[in-house]
Design a protein around this ligand. Structure first.
Ligand code: 13P
Ligand code: SF4
Length: 316
């Protein structure tokens, strides 16, 4: 039995492991989580991989080490499980840029367009409930290619990912003007500068980066595909242009190579303040107290589930 207070004499990770057994819990963590959280997780991955894991788990409790929309997606997909988020305030600037009521108003105002709405998974359940299909950075191209040819597409909320998918598919879309406050900090200037230092290192960038950065990249992909690219490339040094948490898994799984964090113009640390709100202490407290728990009104959950299931079906 685990004590109620945090015993600093005992390894917190061990206490979490014991609580996990008692609660029949599974720990899912995003690639941007702090190293100590990635290290206690049963699965670490990108938004797509985490969605599949959440949908198929038979654990009673899902401790989701990620941000709010990710834990919410787990609850939407597996409503009979208890879903815990270590810090309930772990949000996302991209998700916040598209409030459901604003999207609803926009769709009503432009009803004549009869939009087919493709929502990047970085959005709230309310926005998912207004969408036709969801995508992640790992399957956005496939999802856009599968959209009905005779419909106008509205892509929300990330304008950079949307623009990248337009370039890849040639499909015209109207783009919601949202962005990730972390990924827009990388600039063509900062990437060119680091390239001078490491001329042989390929640049791998997340599609949430701006056009100028994507143009300079050798590979643009989701965080999970970054792992595969870095494993397979013969390069020994690789510049990684995304949130800094990504470096932990790369170093751990591909030990022989040097991973250089993409710099910005502003000596910016490259850490998402929302992702880093979760800590080992908060993960421990969440399993001990069985909260903060993600609760959703059933009507919203059901409406949000359909476009996510459509995505999982298309990207199988
Ligand atoms: P991935 O799905 O590629 O991991 O991206 C999630 C995210 O929040 C990027 O900022
Ligand atoms: Fe949201 Fe950007 Fe943080 Fe990803 S890195 S969770 S898109 S704010």
């Amino acid at each position: 039995m685990v004590s109620a207070g945090v015993n600093f004499g005992v390894d917190l990770a061990e206490e979490i492991a014991e609580l996990k057994r008692e609660r029949n819990a599974v720990i899912l963590a995003h690639n941007y989580q702090a190293p100590e959280l990635q290290d206690i997780a049963d699965y670490v991955g990108d938004s797509l991989g985490l969605s599949y894991q959440a949908a198929r788990t038979d654990a009673d409790v899902i401790l989701f080490c990620g941000v709010h929309f990710m834990a919410e997606t787990a609850k939407i997909l597996n409503p009979t499980r208890k879903v815990l988020l270590p810090d309930v305030d772990a949000g996302c600037s991209l998700s916040e840029s598209c409030p459901p009521e604003k999207l609803k108003g926009f769709l009503e105002k432009h009803a004549d367009k009869n939009y087919y709405v493709i929502a990047y998974i970085n959005c709230s359940a309310g926005v998912k409930a207004l969408s036709d299909v969801i995508c992640t950075s790992g399957n956005a191209e496939k999802i856009v290619r599968s959209a009905p040819a005779d419909r106008n597409i509205l892509f929300v909320p990330d304008q950079n990912l949307g623009a990248w998918v337009m370039e890849r598919t040639g499909r015209k879309m109207d783009l919601w003007q949202g962005n990730c406050y972390i990924h827009v900090e990388f600039t063509a200037r900062s990437i060119n500068k680091i390239r001078e230092q490491y001329p042989n290192a390929p640049v791998v960038a997340h599609p949430e980066c701006t056009y100028g950065v994507r143009l300079l990249a050798d590979e643009v992909c989701s965080t999970e595909k970054m792992i595969a690219y870095c494993r397979e490339t013969p390069a020994r040094e690789i510049i990684i242009v995304t949130e800094a948490g990504m470096l932990h898994r790369l170093k751990k799984e591909i030990p022989g190579k040097l991973f250089i964090p993409g710099p910005t113009d502003n000596c910016f640390c490259g850490e998402c303040r929302f992702m880093k709100m979760n800590t080992l202490e908060k993960a421990h407290a969440a399993l001990l107290n069985m909260q903060p728990e993600i609760i959703l009104p059933e009507a919203i959950r059901k409406r949000a589930e359909a476009p996510i299931l459509r995505m999982l079906e298309i990207s199988k």
